[in-house]
Design a protein around this ligand. Structure first.
Ligand code: PLP
Length: 380
């Protein structure tokens, strides 16, 4: 139901997720009662200070990191920019970044903005499933690079990249490895040590935390420089008064998502199957995009001869929220850079839609979305 009490099915969880109720409860204290600035020395700040410490420990434990390797930020975009722009400070390396063509614009545009500062970039192609092959990366690293950045999971098609192999190759070539894990954290098991990553970006609103908060993991031993200059917060590396309420909410939501992850994955795979089996009862000619190793609950399909934008608006009239491409790109009605990069055939490309189920979605909703799509397209 929406605010007006009308039927609403929200199936755009890759764009953002609903704030978790426990996270909301936990953060209230730090908005209205324990609202002290954590940098202050008086006793009133003690509770907020220990909440910050606890939150850092919780977040670190959820990704297999050490607490001092977590830097709280304003979200995925800041974390990505910080990681990418750190290339300017990496010593004794060619100022060269290797990344993929299907990264989020927070990475792509951060790379492009560096081109005016003497940094060269290489945007590598992916295969039809959206996977960056280790061989392609190996070939690209014949030219000495300071930084490799490859996303853990794609926000449009859900493909999970072979990060462990890719980071291994980057390290053989002495490059620092960053991964944008904004879509993956809280949804699939992550251990930064096993993945072998040096930096990892995350965003709270993708895992039932608050919008405008996130973190950057930076492995001990990686020489990071402040991206935001100012006060001494975050051990002098990220200035700005800590958004303690959002940080507490993020830690609460992440802990909860990690604790129930196994069950959620089963639930979301089931919703995918239910949706697809109802859809296949119609006469639609469509292709499913992304690799079989994809984010739970992500369904990206391209329907021959359909208009994804039209479909989105017709579904909206029925109270159903889905997406055509990346939500951050919703003003842009062109075929997305990801759909182009995976070479979806032209008759299908413009009919691309993305359904992303979350923990609150039901089997009934999965069926209702498939039926609404069939109804709209078959009655045209
Ligand atoms: N990276 C990816 C893969 C994303 O999906 C997003 C948001 O959609 C971002 C980065 C940006 O994160 P934020 O919205 O927290 O700035």
């Amino acid at each position: 139901m929406n605010k007006a009490g009308e039927l609403m099915i929200y199936a755009d969880n890759a764009a953002t997720t609903k704030l978790d109720e426990d996270a909301f409860e936990a953060m209230k204290t730090y908005l209205a009662i324990e609202y002290a600035n954590v940098s202050q020395p008086y006793s009133f700040a003690k509770s907020a200070k220990s909440a910050l410490k606890r939150s850092r420990e919780v977040v670190a434990a959820c990704i297999g990191a050490e607490p001092e390797e977590i830097y709280f930020t304003s979200g995925g975009t800041e974390s990505d920019n910080w990681a990418i722009k750190s290339v300017l400070h990496l010593k004794n390396r060619n100022k060269h970044i290797v990344t993929s063509q299907i990264e989020h614009h927070a990475v792509l545009n951060a790379c492009r903005s560096l081109e005016g500062f003497g940094v060269s970039t290489n945007f590598l192609p992916v295969d039809r499933d959206g996977e960056l092959s280790p061989k392609t990366l190996e070939g690209a690293l014949k030219k000495d690079a300071a930084l490799v950045s490859v996303m853990l999971a794609n926000n449009e098609i859900g493909t999970i990249e072979p990060i462990r192999e890719l980071s291994g190759i980057a390290h053989e070539h002495k490059a620092v490895f960053h991964t944008d894990a904004v879509q993956a954290v809280g949804h699939v098991p992550i251990n930064v040590k096993k993945l072998g990553v040096d930096m990892l970006s995350a965003s709270a609103h993708k895992f039932n935390g608050m919008k405008g908060s996130g973190f950057l993991y930076v492995r001990n031993g990686i020489d990071i420089h402040p991206y935001l200059d100012g006060g001494a917060q975050e051990r002098g590396q990220r200035a700005g008064t800590e958004n303690i309420a959002s940080i507490v909410a993020m830690a609460t939501a992440l802990r909860k998502n990690c604790d129930r992850m196994e069950n959620t994955i089963v639930q979301l795979r089931n919703l995918e199957n239910i949706f697809l089996s109802r859809l296949s009862q119609g006469r639609l000619d469509y292709v499913r995009n992304g690799s079989s190793n994809h984010l739970p609950g992500n369904i990206n399909i391209s329907i021959r001869g359909a208009d994804g934008e039209m479909l989105l608006h017709r579904l909206d009239l029925k109270g159903i929220c889905i997406s055509t491409g990346s939500a951050c790109d919703s003003v842009n009605t062109q075929v997305s850079h990801v759909i182009k990069a995976i070479q979806v055939p032209a008759p299908y490309a413009e009919g691309t839609i993305r359904i992303t189920f979350g923990v609150d979605n039901t089997e009934k909703e999965a069926v209702a979305i498939a039926e609404a799509i069939l109804h709209i397209l078959e009655s045209q």
